[in-house]
Design a protein around this ligand. Structure first.
Ligand SMILES: CC(C)(COP(=O)(O)OP(=O)(O)OC[C@H]1O[C@@H](n2cnc3c(N)ncnc32)[C@H](O)[C@@H]1OP(=O)(O)O)[C@@H](O)C(=O)NCCC(=O)NCCS
Length: 192
């Protein structure tokens, strides 16, 4: 089972501070999910970062998570096996990115549907990001080297829409998932 925690923050902040705030909120959600998942105190969660940038909780071998933020939204996916998550606000797409970074098959999928081009662009974008976050390699993996429309990719991918955002998850195999809406926490309750 994959739990997807979703929070739209209503805390007023400048745009430049928004990323920092969403990052803090993301780790706070991970702490709470870790506590719910393991029964341990959330304060015992000790974070570390692998060389490729992928964060983890030390010693929590069966607890996997992936964080993503976009605009004022934060999403965190949690499971017992490695997974990747990406969320993007649905806005007019810069389609030049598709030409530059997406495969021919991905471009065909996007442009074959004149009425759904924009959403499909973000579906491919978030799927690609979810794959490189699941593997943990980040952008070092190269976006052109794999095709998320390929049914032989060897990963399970799923895309959903929520409150003006599009979100994709990537896991080793198909899993059930549920979305858990997170209430805005009181800022003084957040560990930094
Ligand atoms: C860092 C990267 C993994 C995700 O970046 P992003 O999409 O800009 O940001 P997101 O909010 O979705 O994800 C950020 C979170 O990913 C996690 N993360 C960072 N490196 C990671 C890695 N190698 N593997 C897994 N997760 C990683 C961290 O938890 C980070 O949150 P934090 O900054 O609060 O610690 C990487 O893919 C990147 O830099 N992408 C740039 C976006 C781009 O150009 N995309 C092209 C179109 S597909």
């Amino acid at each position: 089972m994959i739990d997807i925690y979703f929070l739209k923050t209503d805390l007023l902040t400048s745009k430049s501070e928004q990323k920092k705030l969403c990052s803090l909120l993301g780790y706070e959600i991970v702490r709470q999910a870790y506590s719910a998942f393991t029964g341990k105190d959330k304060a015992s969660a000790e974070f570390a970062v692998l060389n490729n940038g992928k964060p983890l909780i030390k010693g929590a071998d069966n607890f996997h998570f992936s964080i993503s933020h976009s605009g004022n939204a934060v999403a965190v996916a949690v499971s017992s096996s490695p997974l990747g998550l990406d969320i993007e606000i649905l806005k007019p797409a810069n389609l030049k990115i598709a030409d530059r970074f997406f495969t021919q098959a991905e471009n065909a999928y996007i442009f074959d549907s004149p009425t759904d081009t924009n959403r499909r662009f973000f579906e491919i974008w978030t799927k690609k990001e979810a794959v490189i976050k699941q593997s943990g390699m980040g952008l070092a993996q190269g976006l052109e080297g794999f095709d998320v429309t390929d049914t032989d990719l060897g990963r399970w991918l799923c895309t959903l829409e929520k409150d003006g955002f599009i979100l994709s998850i990537c896991a080793e195999k198909a899993e059930d998932f549920r979305i858990i809406e997170v209430e805005n926490p009181k800022i003084n309750n957040i560990q930094t």
